[in-house]
Design a protein around this ligand. Structure first.
Ligand code: THU
Length: 131
């Protein structure tokens, strides 16, 4: 996995963020198991609850193009503090995550943290709970 490419793509997508309310830009990139990369930004709404986070934008783009398995996801929000995926995004990523799915939390090309998805959503509710 090329972590710097993932961060670069997240940073590029971040520039497209539609954030008239929070002014908080977020970009994401998602690496699927077939090595394709999709990107997304946060898209806010005057009805605040209709806002879509960057991570979910990227994941939904991939899923809607027929991809199913996430190998890694990268998020860049603040350029000075690490911005972790929100709880809803963690749950959505998990739905499509490969075993060992990585989450890259970046500030810039050289300053990032890599986590296993399982570390940031322990004890999660998954499809197995519905069986
Ligand atoms: N946001 C994301 O895009 N991803 C996250 O994981 C955290 C929050 C966005 C949503 C909203 O547009 C802004 O950041 C402030 O919450």
């Amino acid at each position: 996995m090329d972590i710097q490419l993932m961060i670069k793509k997240a940073l590029e997508a971040r520039e497209f963020a539609y954030v008239p309310y929070s002014k908080f830009k977020v970009g994401a990139s998602v690496l699927m198991e077939d090595k394709t990369i999709y990107t997304g930004c946060n898209v806010e709404n005057a009805s605040y609850g209709a806002t879509n986070c960057a991570e979910r934008t990227a994941v939904f783009k991939a899923i809607s193009e027929g991809k199913r398995c996430i190998h890694a996801i990268c998020v860049v929000g603040s350029l000075t503090n690490f911005t972790y995926p929100c709880g809803i995004c963690r749950q959505v990523i998990l739905e499509f995550a490969s075993d060992n799915c990585k989450v890259i939390i970046g500030k810039n090309l050289n300053d990032y943290i890599v986590k296993d998805l399982g570390e940031i959503i322990p004890g999660a509710f998954t499809k197995e709970n519905l069986e």
